[in-house]
Design a protein around this ligand. Structure first.
Ligand SMILES: [Zn+2]
Length: 156
């Protein structure tokens, strides 16, 4: 495991959110990040606060990113996606409003995370969902969704 104590000081997220350390401030200008315990985060695994330009990950999620756990890597990239795509204002959809799917900020952040973790040209060279999951350190579910979005047919 890496060094969670360094969180927020070095201005870079750990390897595992993407393929290398992520200089968050370079891709989402002005952004910093923090790691908070469950007593402060509750059920939230991560969050982005545009007004503070702050990306926060829950401690257990951060530690599992350092351990290269696929689900948590995806969560980290999802939050980076919010910072990059919705960094100035994160407009949550009002309950009951159903816009086009691609207009949903959660869909956008998930698609961002899938694209960062599983580059299209590399996915197209793979033969199975398991190979994609192993190669990119993602869950089988995430690999299946990425294939569906790209229209790639691979073995289950
Ligand atoms: Zn989100």
């Amino acid at each position: 495991m890496g060094d969670p104590v360094a969180a927020g000081n070095g201005r870079s997220l750990p390897a595992g959110v993407g393929s290398d350390r992520v200089q968050l401030g370079q891709i989402a200008p002005g952004y910093d990040y923090d790691v908070l315990d469950e007593d402060e985060m509750g059920d939230r695994h991560g969050q982005v606060e545009p007004h503070r330009r702050m990306l926060t990950l829950r401690t257990d999620v951060y530690e599992r990113i350092l351990d290269h756990k696929g689900r948590d890597r995806f969560t980290g990239c999802h939050e980076v996606g919010h910072a990059v795509l919705h960094g100035r204002t994160l407009n949550r959809l009002a309950p009951g409003i159903r816009p086009a799917r691609y207009c949903d900020p959660e869909w956008q952040a998930n698609t961002f995370a899938g694209a960062i973790l599983m580059p299209e040209h590399m996915v197209r060279a793979m033969r199975s969902v398991g190979e994609i999951a192993d190669e990119f350190g993602v869950t089988r579910d995430a690999a299946e969704v990425r294939c569906r979005i790209l229209g790639v047919t691979v073995h289950p």
